[in-house]
Design a protein around this ligand. Structure first.
Ligand code: GLV
Length: 329
């Protein structure tokens, strides 16, 4: 009997696949909150496969609490910074993520929604209008900017970045530049131009981040990078919070180094602001659009992630290579 422990009640499509499998016992932490560490350490004991969420830190302590039967960790997330891949490799534990095309689509749409919200000042004007401040049309009231003719700068041009590029280029005549550790020939054939990161930051009107959180990408965007950006440019982060030095970002926004930001993720998540004085400056800034790590929160994407996690597990149980195995880089 293969024991699978799921750390929270996730959308059901994948769970149904697992439960339909003979010789598998699925148990789920049913509370509607992230599993507390102590509870996690207790519940993993003796399991063969762990299906955690991005909110669960899966380190050597958890792996050892599970014991020698633990052979697989199937993350219910595309990001994998919550898992210690080295500790897993040292214990011969296979780790997979929940990459699925639907997730890329959903995150791409969310990033695009933020770009529109910032360019057309949607959230700011919605708040103002609700406050009863609209007293009459004016030719200079809340001037924003069009997307047409502007430049999108992608830092990271994998599936999500490419999906954003195609939609904005085909639908809105946006020029696309990108930077990445490897060239994306397909994207270049579609008209995107490769630039070094500094050149991209100087050139782009919308800088959107799509890299995993690794030691090499921690604080990839800090004071120096923000100063390179145009004063009229916007930063969009739907990847992981610590890729942006958030205190530097707040300072840059307050100084007017950039025009605004769209953030779905936060450096000290679930706190919205890492400012040591806890002043929540980000929340006070009108030119910032904030969402609660919901870029992939569509029914389609979250069900696809459930199926991806289950598909990885079922392949592993069949002795096959799971589709989304993560390797240590
Ligand atoms: C969400 O942030 C994910 O990594 O799936």
């Amino acid at each position: 009997m293969a024991k699978i422990f799921v750390t929270r009640d996730i959308p059901d499509h994948g769970l149904k696949l697992l439960k339909a499998r003979k010789g598998v016992q699925v148990s789920i932490y049913k509370e509607n909150k992230a599993i507390p560490r102590g509870e996690l350490l207790k519940r993993v004991k003796g399991v063969d496969i762990l299906l955690p969420l991005l909110t669960d830190k899966i380190d050597a302590g958890v792996m050892d609490a599970a014991g020698p039967k633990l052979k697989m960790i199937a993350n219910y997330a595309v990001g994998f910074d919550n898992i210690d891949l080295k500790a897993a490799a040292a214990r011969n534990i296979v780790v997979t993520n929940a990459a699925a095309p639907e997730v890329s689509e959903s995150v791409a749409e969310h990033a695009i929604a933020m770009i529109f919200a910032l360019a057309h000042r949607i959230v700011e004007t919605d708040t103002w209008t609700r406050q009863g401040k609209y007293k009459g049309w004016g030719p200079k009231l809340f001037l924003g900017s069009d997307l047409k003719g502007k430049t999108l700068g992608l830092i990271g041009a994998g599936a999500i970045g490419s999906a954003i590029a195609r939609r904005l280029r085909d639908g809105f005549d946006v020029e696309v530049v990108y930077t990445d550790i490897k060239r994306n020939e397909k994207l270049e054939a579609e008209g995107a131009k490769f630039l070094k990161q500094d050149q991209l930051l100087r050139h782009a009107d919308f800088v959107s981040l799509h890299v995993p959180l690794l030691p090499s990408t921690h604080h990839l965007i800090s004071t120096k990078e923000l100063k390179l950006m145009k004063k009229t440019a916007f930063l969009i982060n739907t990847s992981r919070g610590p890729i942006v030095d958030e205190i530097a970002l707040v300072k840059a926004l307050l100084r007017g180094d950039i025009a605004g930001a769209g953030l779905d993720v936060y450096e000290c998540e679930p706190l919205i602001d890492c400012n040591p004085k806890d002043t929540y400056e980000l929340r006070k800034l009108p030119n910032v659009v904030l969402t609660p790590h919901t870029a992939s929160a569509t029914v389609e994407a979250r069900q696809a992630m459930s199926v991806a996690a289950a598909t990885n597990i079922l392949a592993f149980l069949d002795g096959k290579q799971p589709p989304n195995v993560l390797q240590i880089k």
